[in-house]
Design a protein. Structure first.
Lengths: 346, 545
């Protein structure tokens, strides 16, 4: 759809969406996008905990995001829920709302809100690189584009994920006696890393931390085949052999005593932060894999151009650099200063 | 270049020595010539590109990227080489060509003049990925700083070729990058290279520590004793008019010690201790010596303030004859005669200590006559000079370490086997008025405890955390609460870099004092008094001498 012309529109952007302490709020439609506190009506972009919280009156999200929230918080995580299909238009008090793939994790969506010829797209978290575990990002033309800024510095350029996976496979061959403990966030990153290993020809069972079990099983039901997965620990004991030397689990578990049970562990971390060596060093990571579910600098800047937005709002991350880039390129931009999102997490 | 940059990336992040050895040995086994030889040169500090400077790289980067965005990036990354390597944009327009091999990179940078260096480096950066750009910048600006010593690289080479590292060290200074002949020999394709170059390094002989019960089995009459001086072990080599001063690992340190090198006018190989001061003016402490270490060159002022000299221990060659197979007593007699002919400001003879039995020597060990003595060396009178650390002929018998009771203040997570355990401890002693004492950090130690003790301290740290800074935790420590650590150390020096004003040498945990109240730990005054006492002893020892 072509971008609506805006010079005649009656609505100001801040009437359609504006920052509030709870999150982005639509005065026109009386709803929040990704609120960080319980509200009456919430639209949720994706299932990561800082965006999807329990306790709202009503939640509108994609079917997969709703399923993931139910897995994490239990069935009663909200008063009522409503599923939105990608591209489906839903009317909320005169504001037209639609969800579009964001390419971040399974079920993730950008949310377009539109009224009186003005369209704002809240992209949530997104990436442009290919990901076999979720639908690819679709650019949506808009007047105002709200972008994340997790990796908004020119230093962040994510290499092809397949190349990074190849380095993990090579290390397994070079250090077969060491347990490769791969830190990857439980929703999205872990399944993507496992899937990438399968595509690289690693057929052996992969051991997973308990925190991943439900989500991996859910991904399987959604058609993302992950191959044989086995619990990382049985009866509290761990084994490490050449055949099953990989353990995937959430990064937090690795900083703790949990990882001590493995034979001579080699710490691997799959994250966009691994682009910076000091980050890897600080965490004691021996094999950093630059695999990210967020857009890198070239993707962020290319996406802003593609949306054709005349104005950009920048949130959670390194806002100042992206605002600077917009200024240099003649695009109006401002930081939103939303609080409560984990700009360091990935 | 890709293989080399991958190697650097892995080495930077691999904490364990064995892991590093394996990474390097695998690289040597699989990388092509001449790249692997140049990589070896880079790892051992043998490459230098004077035309490339760090400021030039920054200027190159800001030509291609908005300076404000560059500044944001540099603030975030915190390392210039890494920032430039990460923000370097893909070349405009067409591909700049296939990535160059390490050998091409080295060749181009070597040929570059000051004037064309920027264009040369920019052209190379355009053809490399981020990891290889980082490797190039590290190569270009010297000092890889990746936690690999020249010795460790040679050790890896020894693993790769299944030879003793001493064989490689002995050859080393006759060889040039890219070390074709060396690799050919290590792969069994050619004979061992002839050590044709003059003034080569000879691998040194080392001593084992005296262990419990060792001495009872030995006869005092079989051994000679001398002081173990607290400097650095060196080898002074003069052959065919070439004079070189080597460290104990075979690094040529002549340029940093022109005062010693300039006085080497003999035809022999001498093993000794490098010290500062002078045989007449007195022997300086290790911290004074330290000001002259790890420098490529040295100012005249520094040479005048801390002149260096060699206290001679042994003789490995004299004229044309290799003396290493002779008994120690005979080498020693020849050494004494030779040292008598040398410049007395630069060379003196390490005196022998007369003793009748171990008890007498033990008494001397406990009360050495000079503060720069760190113990006693025992050498069998009939021992040959054998490279490495053979068990039996030589012993070192160190003075007991100093100890102090300190309070645990911060703990940091360890690496490798200890990753996720809080195993690196910063400890402090009391300062300020008795009524309102405060802890000031005086050092950091990460060994000296058993695995069981580590588990207990780790639990203590987790249970008593008051603040977290990344991998570091601040531990509750005050007059009424805290864990007292008995810390052993080898020496103390004044330091302007530490808030406490003192720096410890080789601190480690001697005992955990779970029983001791924190307020009863030592005060900073105790440490400064120790330094003052040593300084007084040094002055007295010199006046008596």
């Amino acid at each position: 759809m072509p971008p609506p012309k805006t010079y005649l529109c009656l609505m100001q952007p801040h009437d359609l969406l504006c920052p509030r302490p709870e999150g982005l709020y639509s005065p026109a439609g009386d709803f929040f996008v990704d609120p960080v506190r319980p509200v009456a009506r919430a639209l949720v972009t994706h299932g990561h905990a800082d965006h999807a919280r329990a306790g709202h009156g009503a939640v509108l999200a994609t079917r997969q995001t709703l399923d993931i929230m139910a897995l994490r918080y239990g069935e009663g995580f909200a008063g009522t829920v409503q599923a939105a299909g990608y591209g489906e238009r839903i009317d909320l008090g005169g504001v037209r709302v639609s969800f579009h793939p964001a390419g971040h994790v399974l079920g993730s969506a950008q949310i377009a809100v539109e009224a009186n010829g003005l369209r704002i797209v809240a992209s949530g978290d997104y990436k442009r690189a290919a990901d076999p575990t979720c639908a690819a990002f679709e650019p949506v033309a808009c007047d105002v584009f709200i972008t994340e800024a997790t990796f908004a510095l020119p230093v962040f350029v994510h290499p092809p994920a397949a190349d990074e996976t190849a380095r993990l496979i090579a290390s397994l061959a070079q250090f077969p006696e060491r347990t490769h403990i791969v830190g990857a966030y439980a929703l999205g990153k872990a399944q993507r890393v496992i899937r990438l290993m399968r595509e690289a020809g690693h057929d052996a069972p992969i051991r997973i931390h308990g925190a991943l079990e439900k989500l991996c099983a859910y991904y399987e039901t959604q058609g993302v085949t992950l191959g044989p997965l086995v619990p990382a620990t049985l009866d509290g004991k761990a084994r490490a052999t050449a055949e099953d030397g990989v353990v995937v689990g959430p990064p937090a578990a690795f900083a703790d005593r949990w990882s001590r049970r493995f034979a001579d562990p080699l710490t691997v971390f799959a994250s966009g932060w691994m682009r910076v060596r000091q980050r890897a060093r600080q965490r004691g990571v021996e094999l950093p894999l630059i695999v990210s579910d967020h857009a890198d600098w070239p993707e962020l800047t290319a996406t802003i151009r593609e949306t054709g937005a005349a104005e950009v709002w920048v949130t959670h991350g390194r806002e100042e650099a992206l605002v600077r880039w917009c200024e240099l390129n003649g695009i109006r931009a401002r930081p939103l200063h939303l609080v409560g999102y984990e700009d360091e997490a990935e | 270049m890709r293989r080399f940059s991958e190697l650097l990336d892995r080495l930077v992040l691999t904490p364990s020595r064995n892991g590093k050895l394996k990474l390097m040995a695998d690289y040597f086994a699989t990388a092509p010539d001449p790249d692997r030889g140049l990589a070896l040169a880079a790892l051992t500090g043998g490459l230098d590109f004077p035309a490339v400077k760090p400021a030039m790289l920054r200027a190159l980067a800001t030509e291609r990227l908005d300076p404000v965005l560059f500044a944001y990036s540099y603030d975030y990354v915190g390392d210039l080489a890494e920032t430039v390597s990460l923000v370097w944009p893909a070349p405009p327009g067409a591909q700049a060509g296939p990535p160059p091999a390490l050998s091409e990179v080295v060749e181009r940078m070597r040929r570059a003049s000051r004037a064309d260096a920027p264009a040369t480096v920019a052209g190379l950066l355009d053809r490399l990925d981020a990891s290889a750009r980082f490797a190039l910048i590290k190569l270009a600006t010297g000092g890889l700083r990746i936690g690999v010593s020249a010795r460790l690289a040679k050790q890896a080479l020894a693993h790769f070729g299944a030879v003793a590292v001493t064989e490689i060290e002995e050859l080393w200074h006759g060889l040039e990058p890219p070390y074709d002949a060396l690799f050919a020999w290590l792969e069994g394709r050619a004979a061992k290279p002839e050590s044709a170059a003059p003034a080569l390094f000879r691998p040194v002989m080392l001593a084992n520590p005296v262990a419990e019960g060792d001495l009872e089995k030995l006869s005092p009459a079989d051994y000679r004793a001398e002081w173990k001086w607290d400097g650095i072990r060196v080898q002074a080599v003069c052959e065919d008019g070439v004079a070189r001063l080597y460290s104990r690992t075979g690094d040529d340190i002549s340029a940093a010690f022109p005062d010693v090198a300039g006085a080497m006018d003999f035809d022999a190989v001498i093993d000794g201790e490098l010290l500062v001061g002078g045989p007449d003016s007195g022997t300086g402490t290790f911290s004074e010596l330290q000001q002259r270490l790890n420098r490529k060159t040295v100012s005249r002022k520094l040479v005048e303030r801390h002149p260096a000299f060699v206290r001679c221990y042994d003789l490995l060659r004299e004229g044309a004859s290799d003396t290493r197979a002779l008994p120690f007593a005979e080498r020693r007699a020849r050494l004494a005669a030779l040292v008598g002919t040398l410049d007395p400001r630069r060379f003196d003879l390490s005196p022998l200590i007369a003793f009748d039995d171990w008890a007498a020597l033990e008494a001397l060990r406990r009360q050495p006559p000079h503060p720069v003595i760190e113990g006693i060396m025992l050498k069998r009178a009939d021992s040959a000079y054998v490279p490495g650390r053979p068990k039996g002929p030589w012993f070192k018998w160190k003075r007991d370490p100093f100890t102090v009771d300190a309070v645990l203040m911060y703990a940091q997570r360890g690496h490798g086997r200890r990753s996720s355990f809080y195993s690196d401890y910063t400890f402090g002693v009391w300062t300020g008025p008795q009524t309102a004492p405060e802890l000031v950090p005086v050092g950091k130690a990460y060994f000296g405890f058993t695995d069981e003790e580590l588990r207990r301290i780790d639990k203590y740290v987790r249970d008593n955390t008051v603040e977290r800074y990344g991998p570091v935790r601040a531990v509750r420590a005050g007059p009424g609460h805290g864990l007292v650590l008995e810390v052993a150390f080898e020496g103390l020096a004044r330091s302007t870099r530490h808030k406490s004003g003192v720096a410890m040498r080789f601190p480690r945990i001697a005992r955990l004092r779970w029983d001791k109240p924190a307020i009863e730990a030592d005060r900073l005054d105790t440490l400064t008094a120790m330094i003052e006492a040593r300084e007084r002893q040094a002055r007295t020892a010199e006046t008596d001498a």
